[in-house]
Ligand binder design. Structure first.
Ligand SMILES: *[C@@H]1O[C@H](CO)[C@@H](O)[C@H](O)[C@H]1NC(C)=O
Ligand SMILES: *[C@@H]1O[C@H](CO)[C@@H](O)[C@H](O)[C@H]1NC(C)=O
Ligand SMILES: *[C@@H]1O[C@H](CO)[C@@H](O)[C@H](O)[C@H]1NC(C)=O
Length: 363
C-alpha cells in the first residue's frame, strides 16, 4: 500500500509538471479577470525591495532559476502565487504593488511583504515591513484607481467581485513574533490557544475589510509546517523529535480556528466563497516520495538571519532540495504545493473546494 501510494504520488508529480509546462504556452483568457495577492515572503515578489529592512533579497543567488534575475522573490524561481497565476491562465506574473502602474492593475496586484503578519508589529525587528493592515490600505487605493479607470462604481465592484484573492498570513506572527521572546512580549501574555484566538479575531476583521472592498472569491492559506524549517530546527533544537513540536502545535491550533472562521464567513456571506488551503497538510507528506533528497538544510549558504549570503554559489541540483534558504521552499516545492491548492490531490488539501473550482464558481 505504501509503495503503491509512492508510485501514485510520483506519477502525479510528473504529470503535474508536464501539465504546467503545457499550460505555459496556452493563450486565451484567464479563468478570472484578476488576481490579488496578500501575504508574506512565500509570495512577496519585490514589495520589500525599496524598504529599509533586512527582510529583502534582491541580490544573487535569489532568482537563479528566474532567468538569473533577483527580483525580491525569496527563492530560486517562481513563488506559489506566480505558479497559481499561470495555472489560472495569466500570461504575465501579477506585478508587485510597489511598481505596478497604469492598466496592468486591472489584472491584479501583489501586496505581499516578507516578514509581515496579521499583527502590525510582527517582523519589525528586521526593519520596515508591510503588515496585512497596510496591504489592505494599499488595496483600497487600487480599488479607487480601478473605479476611476472604469468610470463607474457599480461596474468596478462587479468586476472586482469576479477576481480571485489569495490571502496567506500567520507564519510570521509565529516565527517573527510569538517565538522570538527577546523581541516580543506576546508569548508572555498569551498561551498558544489565546494567541491564535487573538490572531483569528484580527484576521476576521481584515478579511471582512477585503470583502467590503469587493472580494467574493477568497483562498486563505493556513500556516505551514513551521517547526520543520531549517531555521526552527537549527535555532531551537528538536529535543529528539523530527521537528520543533511546539511550533507545529501552535500552527495547528491556529489552523483549526481558521477553518472555523472560513465556515463562519461562508455562512454569513451568501454571495461569496471563502476556502481554506491546508498548507500544513500539503507540507507534511514524505518529500522523498516525490524525488527530494535534501530535507533539512537549505540549498544556499545562509547568514545569521537564515537568508542566502550574497553572491555565494548555491547547490547545483535545486530540484532535489526542499528548502532554498533556512525559511523558504525551493521552486520545485512551490510547484507541488501551488498545484495541490489549485487542484486538490487529497480531499484534505483544500476546504470546502479547491482553487480551480473557486475560480469557476458563478456567484
Ligand atoms: C454602470 O455600470 C452598471 C453595471 O455594469 C450599468 O448597469 C450602468 O448602466 C452603468 N452606469 C453608467 C452611468 O454608465
Ligand atoms: C524533551 O523530551 C522529553 C522526552 O520526550 C520530555 O520529557 C521533555 O519535557 C522535553 N523537553 C522539552 C524542553 O520540550
Ligand atoms: C537532478 O535531480 C534529478 C532528480 O533526482 C535528476 O533526474 C537529474 O538528473 C539531476 N540533475 C543533475 C544535473 O544532477
Amino acid at each position: 500500500m505504501a509503495g503503491q501510494t509512492k508510485v501514485l504520488v510520483v506519477l502525479f508529480a510528473m504529470s503535474l509538471v508536464a501539465y504546467i509546462l503545457q499550460i505555459n504556452g496556452v493563450n486565451g483568457d484567464p479563468q478570472v479577470p484578476c488576481f490579488f495577492i496578500f501575504g508574506d515572503s512565500l509570495v512577496d515578489n519585490g514589495n520589500n525591495n525599496p524598504l529599509l529592512t533586512e527582510a529583502k533579497v534582491n541580490y544573487k543567488p535569489y532568482g537563479i532559476d528566474f532567468g538569473g534575475t533577483p527580483t525580491g522573490r525569496f527563492n530560486n524561481g517562481r513563488t506559489q502565487a506566480d505558479i497559481l497565476g499561470q495555472l489560472l491562465g495569466f500570461d504575465d506574473f501579477i506585478p508587485p504593488y510597489t511598481t505596478a502602474r497604469g492598466n496592468v492593475i486591472l489584472k491584479g496586484v501583489n501586496y505581499a511583504s516578507g516578514a509581515a503578519g496579521i499583527r502590525d508589529e510582527t517582523g519589525y525587528q528586521l526593519g520596515d515591513i508591510i503588515p496585512l493592515n497596510e496591504q489592505l490600505r494599499n488595496h483600497q487605493i487600487t480599488v479607487l484607481r480601478i473605479t476611476a479607470m472604469l468610470r463607474n462604481r457599480t461596474a468596478a465592484q462587479k468586476y472586482l467581485n469576479k477576481c480571485l484573492y489569495y490571502v496567506g498570513m500567520g507564519n510570521n506572527d509565529y516565527l517573527n513574533n510569538y517565538f522570538l521572546p527577546q523581541f516580543y512580549t506576546t508569548a508572555l501574555i498569551y498561551t498558544p490557544q489565546q494567541y491564535a484566538q487573538q490572531l483569528i479575531d484580527q484576521y476576521r476583521k481584515q478579511i471582512t475589510r477585503l470583502y467590503n472592498l469587493g472580494a467574493r472569491k477568497v483562498a486563505i492559506f493556513g500556516v505551514g509546517v513551521i517547526g520543520c524549517i531549517p531555521y526552527a530546527i537549527s535555532t531551537f533544537g528538536t529535543n529528539g523529535s523530527a521537528c520543533v513540536d511546539r511550533f507545529n502545535e501552535a500552527a495547528q491550533i491556529f489552523n483549526t480556528m481558521l477553518i472555523s472562521l472560513v465556515d463562519e464567513l461562508n455562512s454569513r456571506y451568501t454571495y461569496a466563497k471563502f476556502i481554506y488551503v491546508n498548507s500544513f497538510g500539503i507540507g507534511s507528506g514524505d518529500p522523498t516520495s516525490v524525488g527530494f533528497t535534501v530535507l533539512n538544510v537549505g540549498c544556499c549558504p545562509v547568514n545569521n538571519i537564515g537568508q542566502c549570503i550574497p553572491f555565494l554559489t548555491p547547490c547545483q541540483n535545486r530540484t532535489t532540495y526542499v528548502f532554498w534558504d533556512s525559511f523558504h521552499p525551493t521552486e520545485a516545492v512551490n510547484l507541488l504545493t501551488a498545484s495541490r491548492s489549485y487542484t486538490a490531490f487529497l480531499p484534505s488539501d483544500t476546504y470546502p473546494i479547491d482553487i480551480k473550482r473557486l475560480a469557476q464558481l458563478q456567484l
